[in-house]
Design a binder for this molecule. Sequence first.
Ligand SMILES: [Fe+2]
Ligand SMILES: [Fe+2]
Length: 167
Amino acid sequence: MTTMSKMMKREPKKPTVMKLVDAFSILEDQHHEINKLFASFEAMGQKAFLRKSKIVSEIVDKLNRHLRLEEEFLYPRVKDLDEEMVLESYEEHDLVKQMIEKIEHTDANDPIYQARVIVLKELVEHHVGEEENDFFPKLRKKLRKTEKEELAADLGNSLHLTRVLKM
Ligand SMILES: [Fe+2]
Ligand SMILES: [Fe+2]
């Protein structure tokens, strides 16, 4: 059997009826993952410089992808529904990016490194708190079902998500 025919044979049958995962849950799952990484950072010893810088790279990577996802697919779509909240969100993302840039130019064994990562964590916590407790619940109510499905599809495609739930 050729490699190609093996691959074709293994391809799963497409379910006839599919329901995409909830758009806001995708974003909230990412928040949760980032929070967990910050908690691991905080649990590390003062002198675990190498491990700390590795986990910070992971945090920065996940954060950058998350910010891009919201800026590309969520904020432009909901700007007319709540302009004030969207503008505030862009500003908060900018603060997060500025702090990331500072951290990327700081050695992990410099005493200021820890302080900068903690400030990044606090900025992210504040922003995520607003999204999860205020912004997303409003959007869940205000967006039409089809709009939420389109948003979920865009986020899913962007993340190459294959997670689909059968109805
Ligand atoms: Fe955000
Ligand atoms: Fe977010």
